[in-house]
Design a protein around this ligand. Structure first.
Ligand code: SF4
Length: 356
């Protein structure tokens, strides 16, 4: 890639943590196992994660992404995306597909569970999220009569509960911290008996990446956030940087970087949303400051790990035991035994699929 700047290069501050969270790691590895285990095509309901490079890689590997389970031919394997699916979608997939693997993130499952629990107890539920986002659609479908979608920017508006003493507040996991806190404070004033999660529904990865970008904003004059347009947590990172008073741009990769955004006197912060491959991060840094200074700004360590869906592990083990030699001589970078899942990461999975 041609250097964007031929003159003085800016200094790069690289956020840590950034990029893949444990839910995305699990989902990418799970779909890679599907590709390795079943004859193509393998179907996936909704984008496995909201990142164009990841989706392209899986499409090249024989995955067909669909927006309706009815588009999965009967008897084919299907994976359900990390964002969580509506109960009727899960049921329809179970009826239609030969094998259904649900790659929902466990932290999204927790919100689904709370949605059912609060609804069963007769609460009206404020669900703070973005209309049309896969995660919001799946969560609200757990209790459509009880839940009201509230946009974090528009606020509570005309929300009217049946009983002001029985109101619960749940949220999309990938909102901005400031979005959650604003609604929480408004709802708490209106409904003093408000029920909500002890910390918040924002997941650890969302919170950590937002804390890291705030730290970048203390020094950087411009921030690049790597991630796709439909990635909610990526967009939240851009909004957090703007609120901190720093120019910030979302880029999918190096081709989106505009050289007029900064010059050699700038300090350029770089971070990535939870579904953006680290390969893209390296490529963007190479474009901004090839061979230049990169200083890592770490706000915390992450060691969360989400195991592969149990049903997937069972299938893969069965195939391995039935087909002598299956996965016995993997190509370089291929996964080892599925029991050793922790020894293999999603970046290696994507490298295997040709993402560099
Ligand atoms: Fe799960 Fe959080 Fe990652 Fe979403 S961003 S997949 S909730 S860990």
């Amino acid at each position: 890639m041609r250097p964007i700047l031929d003159r003085m290069m800016p200094k790069v501050l690289l956020a840590e943590p950034r990029g893949f969270c444990a839910g995305v790691e699990m989902a990418i590895k799970a779909l890679t196992w599907m590709v390795q285990t079943f004859e193509p095509p393998v179907y996936c309901y909704h984008e496995i994660v909201h990142n164009a490079a990841v989706v392209d890689a899986f499409e090249r590997a024989g995955v067909v992404f669909v927006n309706e389970v009815a588009d999965v031919p009967e008897g084919r394997p299907v994976m359900l995306s990390a964002h969580g699916s509506a109960p009727d979608v899960v049921a329809a997939a179970e009826r239609r597909a030969a094998v259904t693997i649900d790659a929902v993130c466990p932290l999204v499952t927790k919100v689904h569970h709370e949605m059912r629990r609060m609804s069963d107890r007769g609460y009206d539920i404020i669900y703070v999220g973005h209309e049309g986002h896969d995660e919001a659609i799946g969560a609200i479908a757990e209790a459509p009569e009880a839940a009201t979608l509230v946009d974090p920017v528009e606020g509570l508006g005309a929300f009217e509960p049946t009983d002001p003493g029985k109101v619960a507040l749940l949220a999309q996991t990938t909102l901005g911290l400031f979005e959650w806190e604003g609604i929480l404070s408004d709802a708490g004033e209106r409904y003093p008996l408000l029920r909500t999660a002890r910390k918040s529904d924002l997941c650890y990865a969302t919170t950590n990446r937002q804390t890291a970008i705030l730290r970048l904003a203390e020094e950087a004059s411009v921030i690049l956030v790597i991630g796709s347009e439909n990635s909610s947590n990526t967009q939240a990172l851009v909004r957090v940087a703007h609120m901190a008073g720093v120019r910030a741009y979302r880029v999918d990769g190096p081709d989106d970087v505009d050289p007029t955004w900064f010059d050699g006197d700038d300090i350029v912060g770089v971070t990535a949303g939870a579904s953006a491959p680290d390969q893209r991060v390296r490529a963007v840094i190479d474009a901004v400051a090839p061979g230049g200074t990169v200083e890592v700004v770490r706000v915390t360590d992450e060691d969360e790990y989400f195991p592969l869906p149990p049903r997937l592990r069972t299938y893969v083990k069965t195939v391995q035991s039935l087909v002598e030699g299956a996965f016995a001589a993997p190509s370089p970078g291929a996964p080892g035994p599925i029991e050793d899942d922790r020894a293999w990461d999603a970046s290696e999975a994507l490298a295997l699929l040709g993402v560099s």
